[in-house]
Design a protein around this ligand. Structure first.
Ligand SMILES: Cc1cn([C@H]2C[C@H](O)[C@@H](COP(=O)(O)OP(=O)(O)OP(=O)(O)O)O2)c(=O)[nH]c1=O
Length: 193
């Protein structure tokens, strides 16, 4: 039986992986998330998910482990939005995406430590935001929710009230598509159902 190791300190990802009902451990990491400017959004999230999984592997002792790394970014009109640096940055991001449709990309890498097999994939989900006044944006920022979220909002929180519609996998927006992860785990011989 393989052990799943989540290479993430994100509470959202921990809650998501818990839903699979399989035993897992958490081994956090601290990777440099700087990437080259010429990478596409898909390449960015795939590269960073790989970096995170590889960084945690060094602290995994059980060779029967599958290490899972993940990365999420928001993209609007070719601008990549990660987590806001401060409240003004959050305001700038929300002002940019209000009333419009943006893309959320999440990359996942699974590394089977014993077999030295690496599987990396990504998904994209379209999210349409409601039109927001500056006052509404400030009130949302005051909740504190945007600060550790890519694109400065959380669709799973009070941020759901400023989202008009989602086209694609909701969990991909929250930080990890369980639909995609289950397919990747099956490729590595782990049955989810
Ligand atoms: C768009 C969106 C993002 N997010 C979160 C998911 C991720 O935690 C975060 C994007 O940052 P990431 O750099 O992908 O992840 P992280 O630093 O939080 O965690 P780790 O690298 O340790 O795995 O934004 C939401 O929770 N809800 C949303 O609606």
């Amino acid at each position: 039986m393989k052990t799943l190791v989540l290479a993430s300190s994100s509470p959202r990802r921990q809650e998501l992986i818990q839903m699979l009902g399989l035993p897992f451990e958490i081994v956090t990491n601290d990777v440099d998330e700087t990437v080259s400017n010429d990478l596409s959004p898909k390449q960015i999230v795939e590269e960073l998910s790989l970096r995170k999984a590889k960084a945690s592997i060094t602290r995994v002792t059980d060779s029967q482990s599958i290490v899972i790394g993940s990365d999420t970014i928001v993209v609007y009109s070719q601008e990549v939005l990660g987590k806001p640096k401060d409240q003004e940055d959050a305001f700038r991001m929300l002002k940019l995406i209000e009333g419009k449709t943006h893309q959320v990309y999440t990359g996942i890498t699974c590394i089977d430590v014993g077999e030295s097999r690496i599987v990396t994939r990504s998904r994209v989900t379209d999210v349409r935001m409601k039109a927001l006044s500056d006052e509404q944006i400030r009130a949302y920022i005051a909740t504190g929710e945007p600060m550790d979220k890519a694109g400065a909002y959380a669709v799973q929180g009070i941020g759901s009230t400023i989202v008009e519609s989602i086209n694609g996998d909701h969990f991909n927006v929250v930080g990890m598509s369980l639909s995609l992860l289950s397919e990747m785990l099956e490729e590595l011989g782990v049955k989810v159902l």
